[in-house]
Design a protein around this ligand. Structure first.
Ligand code: MTE
Ligand code: MO
Length: 201
């Protein structure tokens, strides 16, 4: 009788090197949302950049799509323990959003806002320097609504709850202002490699 042994279901060496602690690899793409998928029509879609309470720039869907487009293929890690390798996204780097607004990152913290009322906080330095984008495409096609289409934030080096779906703006804040899940027990920063899942991790 042939068995695969106890190691059979363990990730291979190079896979485990890419898997943060406590994560398992998945091939499918689970949908995780706090509420129902909002209906977001590109005809009325707006993206607003705010510095503190003040709007400093706004783009329609057509205007936003005319900004420089970049590609990012990255591993993503959900706090519920699944990771997915090499997800391919296309959209506008936060760097290019700032450049289009004609500003440099004005404060150290950012709050992402979404059409479903969801928010999430990220240090500004984790959004700039090519580290994050507002994605408009997934695997070469418009992002499915369940996964945050028409536009979602992608901050792949932090747990995936930081990647706000149905995003409609970024707000620069002077202090770290906790978002939806961060107010409900998730870690303020959320580094998967340091397993920062919950507030005190
Ligand atoms: N606007 C919004 N963004 C959100 C969420 C949400 O409920 N609303 N859920 C977050 C959580 S907890 C996760 S794990 C990921 C899931 O993204 P997915 O459904 O594309 O896998 O989206 C994040 N972004
Ligand atoms: Mo999540």
């Amino acid at each position: 009788m042939v068995t695969r042994g106890f190691g059979g279901r363990r990730p291979s060496a190079d896979v485990s090197g890419r898997l943060p602690p406590g994560q398992f690899l998945t091939e499918d793409f689970p949908v995780l949302s706090a509420g129902p998928t909002p209906r977001v029509d590109t005809a009325g879609w707006k993206f607003t950049l705010k510095v503190r309470a003040k709007p400093v720039a706004e783009w329609s869907w057509a205007e936003f799509n005319a900004l420089p487009q970049s590609k990012m293929t990255r591993d993503i890690h959900c706090v519920t323990a699944w990771s997915k390798f090499e997800t391919a996204w296309e959209g506008v780097l936060v760097d290019d959003i700032l450049a289009a607004a004609g500003i440099e990152a004005p404060t150290g913290f950012t709050l992402a806002h979404s059409y479903d009322g969801y928010t999430t906080n990220v240090p500004t330095a984790d959004l700039t320097g090519g580290k994050a984008m507002v994605a408009l495409k997934y695997e070469g096609k418009p992002i499915p609504a369940d996964h945050g289409g028409p536009a979602r934030l992608l901050v792949p080096h932090l747990y995936f709850w930081k990647s706000a779906k149905w995003i409609n703006g970024l707000q620069f804040t002077d202090t770290d202002t906790l978002g939806f899940w961060e107010l409900r027990g998730y870690h303020a920063y959320g580094d998967p490699w340091r397993e920062q899942r919950y507030t005190d991790d």
